[in-house]
Unconditional design. Structure first.
Length: 244
C-alpha cells in the first residue's frame, strides 16, 4: 500500500506545477517582458550616441566589444529571455483559446480577438525584425563589406559603426522595414506594457488609467527614439558628409 507521504513525494514538482499554471505563465511573460523593455531602453540610449558623431558611437561599440566573452554571455541570456517570453506567450494563448467560449457577442469579438491577433502578428514580425537586425548589424552577413569598415579612434583603428549605420540606413527598403518593425514593436508594447503591471499585482483601479497612459506614452517615445536614427540618415542625410 502506498502511503500518503510517498504519493506526495512522487507527485509533480511544485515549482514546475506553478510555472506551468496560468498565474505562473502570466508571471513569467510579465517578468521576461520587463527585462526585454529594459534592454530595449538601454539599447536605445547606446544607439543615441550616433547623434554625437563618429567618435562617440565608435567608442561605445569598442567598449561593448571589450567585454569579450561576457558580451556573448549577455547576448545568450537575452536570447534565452526572448525565447522564454515567446514560448510562454504561445502557451498562454493556447490556454485562453481552449478556455474561450464558442459564442460571442459582436462587441466581445471585436474587443478581444482584434487585440489578440494583433499581438500574435506583431510578435512574429518583431521576431523577424530582431533576426534581421542581428544579421544586418551584429553578424553583418547581409552586407559583409561592413566588416571591413574601419575608423580612427584616438590613434587606434576600430570598427566604423558610425559609417556602417550611415551606409545601412541609406537604403529606402531597409529603413522602411526598420520603421515598420519598430511600429509593430510599439503596438506590441502599447498593449502589453500595461498588462505587465496588472499581472504582477502592482496596480489598482485608481492608478490604472494613469499607468496605462504612461506605458503607452513610453512605448511611443521608444518608437520616436529608434525611428529618428534611420530617418535622420535617409531623410536628412545625417552623417553622409562624415562617413567614408
Amino acid at each position: 500500500m502506498i502511503s500518503a507521504s510517498t504519493s506526495k513525494r512522487s507527485g509533480p514538482n511544485p515549482i514546475l506545477r506553478w510555472i506551468f499554471s496560468s498565474i505562473g505563465k502570466k508571471t513569467i511573460v510579465a517578468l521576461t517582458g520587463i527585462l526585454l523593455v529594459l534592454f530595449v531602453t538601454g539599447h536605445l540610449l547606446g544607439n543615441f550616441t550616433f547623434f554625437f558623431g563618429p567618435d562617440a558611437i565608435n567608442a561605445y561599440a569598442k567598449n561593448l566589444h571589450s567585454l569579450g566573452p561576457l558580451l556573448w554571455l549577455i547576448r545568450a541570456g537575452l536570447l534565452a529571455v526572448l525565447v522564454t517570453h515567446i514560448a510562454f506567450t504561445v502557451l498562454l494563448w493556447k490556454e485562453n483559446h481552449a478556455a474561450r467560449p464558442t459564442r460571442y457577442t459582436a462587441s466581445n469579438r471585436l474587443e478581444t480577438t482584434v487585440f489578440a491577433r494583433t499581438m500574435r502578428l506583431s510578435g512574429l514580425v518583431v521576431l523577424a525584425f530582431v533576426v534581421f537586425h542581428l544579421a544586418h548589424f551584429t553578424a553583418q552577413v547581409i552586407n559583409p563589406e561592413y566588416k571591413l569598415m574601419k575608423a580612427n579612434l584616438n590613434g587606434e583603428m576600430v570598427h566604423d559603426v558610425y559609417g556602417m549605420m550611415v551606409a545601412g540606413f541609406g537604403s529606402v527598403p531597409i529603413v522602411a522595414f526598420y520603421v515598420i518593425g519598430l511600429f509593430l514593436l510599439t503596438m506590441h508594447l502599447n498593449h502589453g506594457l500595461g498588462s505587465l503591471f496588472q499581472t504582477l499585482g502592482i496596480t489598482n483601479q485608481h492608478v490604472r488609467p494613469l499607468l496605462e497612459l504612461s506605458t503607452k506614452a513610453y512605448a511611443w517615445l521608444l518608437f520616436v527614439g529608434y525611428a529618428s536614427i534611420p530617418l535622420s540618415v535617409l531623410v536628412f542625410g545625417l552623417g553622409k558628409n562624415v562617413a567614408k
